[in-house]
Design a protein around this ligand. Structure first.
Ligand code: C5P
Length: 221
């Protein structure tokens, strides 16, 4: 495809979602939040009370993945027409998404849905395996990371900004556990691919991260 893709991968709460959305807006590109697709599936699974550890349920989940009725609108994520924008952002949805993400058939089922976002004039895609699996021909692959301490602090601020209470130690432990699960799984483990540029943004303001990525993009597109 001639349609350029900028892949931004990295661990949870590295800021890649915010950064990817800003880069996409600045370049006038499409934006794919691939984690949101895993999270929508998680919400669909929870709604039906399915347990991925039960083989018959898992088969049903795999079938759902390939036909997930998800729609992304301006500021809304819809599942079968229902607004699930808030439901997908809960910790419970994140943990379920990460459990489903270890299943290769689930990942395959969600592949085409993600590739459909590749439309002119270009795409910025954020996730774990954008550069390695979903868009291996990306013109630019960034692995955006930050220390677990900084990511947990950011997550706490996000939760408190929503007027909810957050316990740093619980958030930190959950984040480290999810990193471990994401990086140790056999399929599409979370790690920079060989041709990725690694950017540690622990001590960088957002606008500097955005500018760095756009400078790299300018050299390639
Ligand atoms: O990025 P986010 O936290 O929204 O993703 C939720 C979960 O979905 C991640 O913890 C990860 O397990 C999974 N995921 C994935 N591959 C992606 C995006 C998300 O495995 N490209």
């Amino acid at each position: 495809s001639d349609c350029p893709v900028i892949a931004i991968d990295g661990p949870t709460a590295s800021g890649k979602g915010t950064v990817a959305a800003l880069v996409a807006a600045n370049l006038g590109y499409q934006y794919l939040d691939s984690g949101a697709i895993y999270r929508v599936l998680a919400v669909a699974v929870a709604k039906l009370g399915l347990n991925p550890e039960i083989p018959a349920n898992l088969l049903q989940i795999i079938a759902m993945a390939a036909n997930l009725p998800v729609q992304f609108q301006a500021d809304q994520v819809l599942l079968g027409g229902e607004d699930v924008s808030d439901a997908i952002r809960t910790e419970v949805a994140g943990v379920m998404a990460s459990r489903l993400a270890v299943v290769p058939e689930v990942r395959n089922g969600l592949l085409q849905r993600q590739r459909d976002f590749r439309q002119m004039p270009g795409l910025v895609a954020d996730g774990r395996d954008m550069g390695s699996v979903v868009f291996p021909d990306s013109v630019l692959k960034v692995f955006l990371t930050a220390s677990a301490q900084v990511r947990a602090e950011r997550r706490v601020k996000q939760i408190e900004a929503r007027g909810q209470k957050a316990d740093f130690q619980i958030i930190y432990n959950d984040l480290v556990a999810r990193d471990k699960r994401d990086s140790e799984r056999a399929v599409a483990p979370l790690k920079p691919c060989d041709d990725a540029l690694v950017l540690d943004c622990s001590n960088m303001p957002i606008d500097q991260v955005v500018a760095t990525i756009q400078n790299w993009a300018r050299e390639r597109i």
